[in-house]
Write a protein that binds this ligand. Structure first.
Ligand code: KIV
Ligand code: ZN
Length: 518
């Protein structure tokens, strides 16, 4: 049996069905290019009959993204198939993916057709799709709640009609891995025709079992997994691409199967999807959650400092994450604190270190997150309170609205005077911050951003609080204004000014150590 698993990404179709995840054509195209770079084998670009926008998006992707197979979804209706075929006619590798429900519940209550009619529609749809494309996938919607003998019949008919992939969806995420294994092994033993096509799994996550079920399908002979980045999708979502792929990669000992995914593109693709949809994975989400490589417990941090593999099963770099994080909090110990001080340029020992540790513990009891600016304050006795204004906002103008926003920002930089720059972004705040980045020229990553109304009423003052990582240091920023873009820029500058101050304190500490001959 083939030892490569085909990764069929449906972020642009089933993923987009996630509440609140709808994307514009431009955004879908941007994501499609990212999925191409990620190395997906098949990309389901959309459901062309569902709307003119979906049709356009699939057509653009089919024309622009040439390496992977581009799939378009269609019900078994002739009009759906013709529309799907039209949308992907320019694709280098087109696939039509047609589906019909097969469970008694769906046939009787939703479609109101008999099993015979279902079989007939499935066969006719696949034959029609084959007139347009050599690559045709057939899905039996609600397959896992379908009587197995009937599922076998439908699958056989679809293969005889010309389907090249047979997909078994767990549409409502109801199945358990043991059942999945039984369904797939029965299909393979009862329908020998399936030996000549690809058998595929498409699992939803209503019971949190989508990835486990997909892997059980693979163990039982499936060679295509349908999944989405960050696991987004209808209701509780689909099997998460990153979890499926990393399990196969890390557990070669169990599966001995490969994928074509460039795993170091996982994190950037996940971030892009979150930026586009505004849906961020929960912090403890495997592989792509903010805490996936963060360690707080003292014992774990100590272990990590001695040997990373004591508490990490993969190197974060494998999935494109810059590095593990030892998060300082009330559970952290001296080792981690000393190490972080070292990274910040402060070489603490003896009584200095003990004093810093005592203050750190006091602070950690009062504060959830201890940031680098807090540590600098500990060493420098509150030095991050009155931070000099290295950058001050002089003026900002913008052209907001439409697909892109544009901003011009003038900052006054201490000792250098006024500096002006233009920025572009997918919203006014993104455009304004892009202009600031242009002036500052540092490596800045925005980790958290929140806006709240600080006063009631129509002319409320908006308060922005944010957390930024600037050249490896975490800092907070706060800004308030009646204009939220202005508040955002002020909060951003607050964090950048702290970064500049932290740098100068670090330089001073370094110079003092050099003078002492340390
Ligand atoms: O979950 C499902 O059944 C689907 C099919 C259309 C493949 O998304
Ligand atoms: Zn689905």
């Amino acid at each position: 049996m083939e030892n490569r698993v085909i990764i069929f990404d449906t972020t642009l179709r089933d993923g987009e069905q996630s509440p609140g995840a709808s994307m514009t054509t431009a955004e879908k195209l941007q994501l499609a290019h990212a999925l191409d770079e990620l190395g997906v084998d098949v990309m389901e670009a959309g459901f062309p009959i569902s709307s003119p926008d979906d049709f356009q998006a699939v057509r653009r992707i089919a024309r622009d993204v040439r390496r992977p197979v581009i799939a378009a979804l269609a019900r078994t209706r002739p009009g759906d198939i013709d529309r799907a075929a039209e949308a992907i006619e320019d694709a280098e590798y087109p696939r039509i993916h047609t589906f019909i429900a097969t469970s008694k519940l769906h046939l009787e209550r939703k479609l109101k057709i008999s099993e015979e009619e279902c079989i007939e529609q499935a066969g006719r749809a696949v034959e029609r799709a084959r007139r347009y494309a050599d690559d045709v996938e057939f899905s039996a919607e609600d397959a896992t709640r379908t009587q197995l003998p009937f599922l076998c019949r439908v699958a056989r008919v679809a293969v005889e009609a010309g389907a090249t992939t047979i997909n078994i969806p767990d549409t409502v995420g109801y199945t358990h891995p043991t059942e999945v294994a039984k369904i797939f092994s029965t299909l393979l033993s009862e329908v020998p025709e399936l030996g000549g096509v690809v058998l595929s799994a498409h699992c939803h996550n209503d019971l949190g079992l989508a990835v486990a079920n997909s892997l059980a399908a693979v163990e039982a002979g499936a060679r295509q997994i349908e999944c989405t980045v960050n696991g987004i999708g209808e209701r509780a979502g689909n099997a998460a691409l990153e979890e499926v792929v990393m399990t196969l990669r890390l557990r070669r000992d169990l599966f001995d199967l490969t994928t074509g995914i460039h795993t170091n593109r996982i994190h950037p693709t996940s971030r892009l999807l979150s930026q586009i949809t505004g849906i961020h994975p929960q912090p403890n989400k495997a592989i792509v959650g903010r805490n996936a490589f963060a360690h707080e417990a003292g014992i774990h941090q100590d272990g990590m400092l001695k040997e990373r593999s004591t508490y990490e099963i993969m190197d974060p770099a494998m999935v494109g994450v810059p590095g593990s994080q030892l998060v300082l909090g009330k559970h952290s110990g001296r080792h981690a604190l000393k190490a972080r001080f070292g990274e910040l340029g402060f070489d603490l020992d003896g009584e200095g270190m003990e004093r810093a540790y005592r203050l750190f513990k006091l602070l950690a009891d009062q504060k959830k997150d201890i940031l680098d600016e807090d540590l600098i304050s500990i060493v420098h006795h509150g030095a991050m309170k009155d931070v000099p204004r290295t950058f001050a906002l002089e003026k900002m103008t913008g052209k907001f609205g439409g697909e892109w926003s544009y901003a011009t920002v003038i900052l006054r930089k201490a000792g250098e005077g006024e500096i002006r720059a233009d920025g572009k972004g997918d919203g006014p705040i993104a455009a304004a911050l892009a202009a600031v980045n242009e002036i500052v020229g540092w490596d800045i990553e925005l980790e958290d951003f929140a806006i709240r109304a600080a006063t009631p009423g129509r002319d409320a003052v908006g308060e922005v609080t944010l957390r930024a990582r600037v050249a490896g240091k975490t800092l907070t920023g706060r800004g308030a204004s009646t204009d939220v873009v202005d508040a955002a820029v002020r909060a951003y500058l607050d964090a950048l000014n702290k970064a500049a101050h932290a740098d100068s304190l670090e330089e001073a500490a370094h110079a003092a150590a050099t003078l002492r001959g340390v």
